[in-house]
Design a protein around this ligand. Structure first.
Ligand SMILES: Nc1ncnc2c1ncn2[C@@H]1O[C@H](COP(=O)(O)OP(=O)(O)OP(=O)(O)O)[C@@H](O)[C@H]1O
Ligand SMILES: [Mg+2]
Length: 360
């Protein structure tokens, strides 16, 4: 059982709180991604788990063992970094065997384990080559192999695919996910790439400024964002936001438009929000665009600003007052200068403006 438990993990660098009271549990065999913008504390958190940083506060458990006081080498974790330094003068076989030789594993056993890992990573044919005779993706696979071969309880990976070109990254993403499931090792994977996070993770921990924003399945962070930050960070193009006021009559007044709410929702919002200042969020994927006004209420007049054709879909940039609203439509959508848009009530997010937290 190799779960990883963090309790109130805190790491400061002078004035900067890099990781702020981070508490979460990574389950045995789970693939968890730490996702967040640059400087959000992902690497620092990972390095604390590896034992490469000493936390200022908090507890770290690997399996059921309290590991704060253990040296990195005694934590039974393997870390893969963005820049994977292979030994250039050694063959792939020797690179893979090296960690085992250091651990004084008998020669005969080393050979078997190298073969097994080479098989897992489909690089049996590459064992006699030197790193410079390999492509970037192959080199990255050797680096992964070197981490796997020690058969650690936990993998810690810090943007291991970011040095690869886009095509190879997409390929390796699937390889890595498949490999992780096959060998069933608890994995924490750091990235700032939300597509990587969404496609690979069992659960995603979203960090911002050292604080955990949400810890949930990919679908959970996408469709039920817990706050404005998560709604804006996950999904592409980003969620459209409008500042608005909840009126006595149960409308959301955004200035340029009034958005009608069902009575029970308006009442629930009035009850749960700290004031009548709210933020309405709607994803470009959920904005409905019409050429003609269909209903008396609920439709919002918008002016075409520009179009962004993307092949299989098209992004419309629309002006609603001073706001720019992005909407995704079919590529054959016939555009016009004046359009009508709708935000389906079951798709909108509502946040408390003061706290940023999701309401109802
Ligand atoms: N050794 C250090 N000394 C001082 N400040 C540090 C140190 N390491 C990290 N920081 C600061 O701590 C914060 C978190 O950094 P961290 O490297 O964990 O972010 P990150 O989420 O991994 O970012 P990135 O996506 O850019 O890799 C940042 O403000 C960073 O400047
Ligand atoms: Mg980092």
């Amino acid at each position: 059982m190799a779960r990883v438990v963090l309790k109130n993990l805190t790491k400061r660098f002078g004035e900067v709180v890099a990781v702020d009271k981070l508490s979460l549990e990574v389950r045995d065999k789970e693939f968890v991604v730490f996702l967040g913008p640059s400087g959000s504390g992902k690497t620092t958190a990972l390095r604390c788990i590896a034992g490469l940083e000493i936390p200022d506060e908090g507890e770290i458990y690997i399996g059921d063992e309290f590991v704060n006081d253990l040296e990195p080498k005694d934590r039974d974790v393997a870390m893969v970094f963005q820049s994977y330094a292979l030994y250039p003068h050694m063959t792939v076989f020797q690179n893979l065997a090296f960690p085992l030789e250091c651990a004084k594993v008998p020669k005969a056993e080393i050979k078997g384990r190298v073969q097994r890992v080479a098989g897992l990573l489909k690089m049996e044919e590459l064992l006699e080559r030197k790193p410079r005779q390999l492509s970037g993706g192959q080199q990255q696979r050797v680096a992964l192999g070197r981490a796997i071969i020690r058969e650690p309880q936990v993998f810690l990976m810090d943007e291991p695919l970011s040095n690869l070109d886009a095509k190879l990254r997409v390929y390796m993403r699937a390889e890595l996910k498949n490999l992780q499931k096959e060998i069933g090792v608890t994995t924490i994977y750091v990235t700032h790439d939300q597509i990587e996070a969404m496609t690979m993770a069992d659960r995603i921990a979203i960090l911002n400024e050292g604080l955990l924003q949400q810890f949930d399945s990919p679908d959970g962070v996408y469709s039920k964002p817990s706050n404005v930050f998560v709604a804006g960070f996950v999904g592409s193009p980003p969620t459209n936001f409008f500042d608005c006021t909840l009126t006595e009559e149960g409308f959301l007044d955004a200035g340029e438009f009034k958005y009608p709410l069902p009575k029970d929702l308006a009442e629930a919002l009035a009850r749960t929000s700290t004031s009548n200042e709210l933020i309405l969020g709607v994803r470009p994927q959920h904005v409905k665009v019409y050429k003609q006004r269909k209903a008396e209420i609920g439709l919002i007049k918008a002016y075409l600003y520009t179009t962004e054709p993307l092949g299989e879909m098209m992004i419309l940039d629309l002006k609603v007052g001073d706001n720019l609203v992005k909407a995704i439509v079919n590529p054959d959508f016939e555009v016009a200068e004046e359009l009508w848009i709708e935000f389906p009530i079951d798709k909108v997010y509502l946040f408390d403006k003061k706290t940023g937290k999701s309401l109802v």
